[in-house]
Design a protein around this ligand. Structure first.
Ligand code: CO
Length: 460
C-alpha cells in the first residue's frame, strides 16, 4: 500500500492565512493532545509570522509557546518555516545569529525546519541548512514555485539537486500563491522524484481553487507528504482540508496513517474559533472564497489586492490595466524574481511608480536599489543592464553573499538588551523584533512584579 503522509498547518499557515496569526496559545492548548494522536507526519506550528505575532499582539513568549507545544505533543514532529538567512523577517542576519536561532529552535522542540529563500538563491539557505543538520533536525529545502519563462522544470530540478547536496533531507514545493496547476504538479513531482533521492513535500494554498486537485495529482506522481489544514480552518487562502484529502486518498487505496476520529474531534474544536473570528471580523469571509484572477495574471491574489489598494488610495484606479501590463515588464527587468514577499511588493510598487510617474524608473524604492546591488541574493534570471545602469549608475553591486559583509551580532545584542533578556532565546527575540521584544520583556517584568508588589493609595 502506498503511503502518503500529512502535515497539519492549522497552528501556523492556516492561522496566518485566515486570521492574521492571532490564535493564542491558550485558545488551541486544549486540542494539542488530540493533534498529537491524529497520526500526522508533522505539525507546522512555529516560524513564519507566529513569532512576530506572539510578541507584537499576543503578549506571548514565542519560545515558551514552542516548549509548551512540544510538551503536549511528544509523539509528532514539530515543524517551522524559516526564511533562510532572513530568519523570520526580511533583512539578512549575520551567520552567528542564523546559527544560534536554528540551534535554539531545535533545542526548544523543533524537529523539521522548512527553509526557503525568496529568490531561490541557495547561498541564502546554506548556513541554516548546515546548522539544522548539525543539530540533528530535518532540514527541508523549499522551492518557491513561480511561473516565468526562466522557471522551467529543469531549473527546479537543478535547485532540488543543489539542495540535496547542501544536506537537505526533504524537498518541499512551496506554492504560496496557489498557482501550481494539477498538470504541472504531476510533472514537477515526477521530475523531482526522478532527480533526487529524497522525500518530496507539497505545500499549496486554495486561493485560486486548484489546491485539492493539485494535491491529488501530486500524490499520483508519488509525492510523499502534503500540507493540509483541518476542515474548519481550511480553504481559501489557507490549505485544502485534511479530512477531505484523507477521505479521498484512503478510498483510492493510500495509507495516510491518519485517525478519522481524531480529525473529527479536531475539526469540532476549531469550529467555534472560526465562528468567533468571523463574528469579530478577524476572519474576512472573502479570504475563504475562490479567487481565480491570479490564474489569468499569474500574480498572487494578495499582490493584486495590494495594487488595487495603492491605486485607490491615490485615486488612480483608472490606471489599473496599465499597471497590470507594467508588472510583468518590471519583473522581467529584475530577472524574474518569484512573486513572494518582499519581491511581490517591490515589483508591484515599482510598476505603479513607473505608470504614475509617466516615466519608467524615475522613482525607485531603496529596496529595489538594494536588490539591484545584489543585497537580497542572486536574481533568478538576467537583470536588464540598461535599467540597472539607469538606477545605479556606475556603482558596482556586491559579489557573493550579502551576509558575508555583516559583522557577528549576537554578543553585541546581548550586551545591548542587558538584564531585560532572561535567556539567549530572549536575545534572539530582541534581534528579530527589537521594539516588540523589548515591549514584551517590560510587560513580562511588570506582570511578574504584580504578584509581589502592592500599591497603597491614600484614600483620605
Ligand atoms: Co503557505
Amino acid at each position: 500500500m502506498q503511503k502518503v503522509r500529512f502535515t497539519e498547518t492549522v497552528l501556523r499557515d492556516a492561522n496566518q492565512s485566515l486570521i492574521a496569526t492571532r490564535m493564542k496559545f491558550r485558545e488551541f492548548e486544549p486540542i494539542l493532545k488530540e493533534l498529537d494522536k491524529a497520526g500526522y507526519y508533522s505539525l507546522e506550528c512555529w516560524g513564519g509570522a507566529t513569532f512576530d505575532s506572539c510578541l507584537r499582539y499576543l503578549n506571548e513568549d514565542p519560545w515558551e509557546r514552542l516548549r509548551k507545544i512540544k510538551k503536549a505533543c511528544p509523539n509528532t514532529k514539530l515543524q517551522m518555516l524559516l526564511r533562510g538567512q532572513n530568519l523570520l523577517g526580511y533583512r539578512h542576519y549575520p551567520d552567528d545569529v542564523v546559527r544560534m536561532f536554528v540551534k535554539k529552535s531545535i533545542e526548544n522542540g523543533i524537529d523539521i525546519i522548512r527553509i526557503f529563500d525568496a529568490l531561490n538563491d541557495v547561498k541564502n539557505i546554506e548556513v541554516a541548512v548546515d546548522e539544522t543538520v548539525k543539530n540533528g533536525a530535518i532540514a527541508s529545502g523549499a522551492i518557491c514555485y513561480t511561473i516565468s519563462p526562466i522557471h522551467t522544470l529543469d531549473s527546479y530540478v537543478e535547485l532540488a539537486k543543489n539542495m540535496q547536496s547542501l544536506g537537505c533531507q526533504t524537498i518541499a514545493i512551496k506554492d504560496m500563491a496557489g498557482i501550481l496547476s494539477p498538470a504541472e504538479a504531476h510533472k514537477l513531482v515526477s521530475s523531482l522524484k526522478e532527480a533526487v533521492d529524497l522525500p518530496i513535500v507539497l505545500h499549496t494554498h486554495c486561493t485560486t481553487g486548484l489546491g485539492f486537485m493539485t494535491c491529488l495529482k501530486a500524490v499520483e506522481a508519488g509525492v510523499d507528504v502534503i500540507d493540509t489544514a483541518i476542515s474548519t480552518m481550511s480553504g481559501g487562502t489557507a490549505q485544502p482540508a485534511t479530512e477531505t484529502l484523507n477521505y479521498t486518498l484512503a478510498e483510492l487505496g493510500y495509507d495516510t496513517g491518519l485517525n478519522s476520529d481524531s480529525l473529527r474531534e479536531i475539526a469540532d474544536f476549531f469550529k467555534p474559533i472560526r465562528s468567533k473570528a468571523l463574528e469579530s471580523g478577524l476572519l474576512n469571509p472573502t479570504v475563504l472564497c475562490t479567487d481565480a484572477k491570479a490564474l489569468d495574471y499569474q500574480v498572487p491574489g494578495g499582490m493584486l489586492s495590494n495594487l488595487v489598494a495603492q491605486l485607490t488610495a491615490q485615486g488612480k484606479m483608472d490606471k489599473f490595466d496599465e499597471v497590470l501590463l507594467e508588472t510583468p515588464r518590471v519583473r522581467e527587468d529584475l530577472g524574474y524574481p518569484p512573486l513572494v514577499t518582499p519581491m511581490s511588493q517591490m515589483v508591484g510598487v515599482q510598476a505603479t511608480n513607473n505608470v504614475l510617474a509617466g516615466e519608467r524608473y524615475k522613482n525607485v524604492s531603496k529596496e529595489v536599489k538594494s536588490y539591484l546591488m545584489g543585497e537580497y541574493g542572486k536574481a533568478p534570471g538576467a537583470i536588464n543592464e540598461d535599467v540597472k545602469k539607469q538606477i545605479l549608475g556606475d556603482v558596482k553591486g556586491i559579489e557573493g553573499r550579502f551576509a558575508d559583509t555583516l559583522e557577528p551580532a549576537f554578543e553585541a545584542a546581548k550586551a545591548e538588551i542587558g538584564e531585560k533578556a532572561h535567556s539567549d532565546e530572549d536575545v534572539l527575540s530582541y534581534i528579530a523584533f527589537p521594539t516588540q521584544a523589548e515591549n514584551y520583556f517590560d510587560y513580562r517584568d511588570e506582570m511578574a512584579g504584580k504578584i509581589y508588589t502592592y500599591e497603597f493609595k491614600a484614600i483620605d
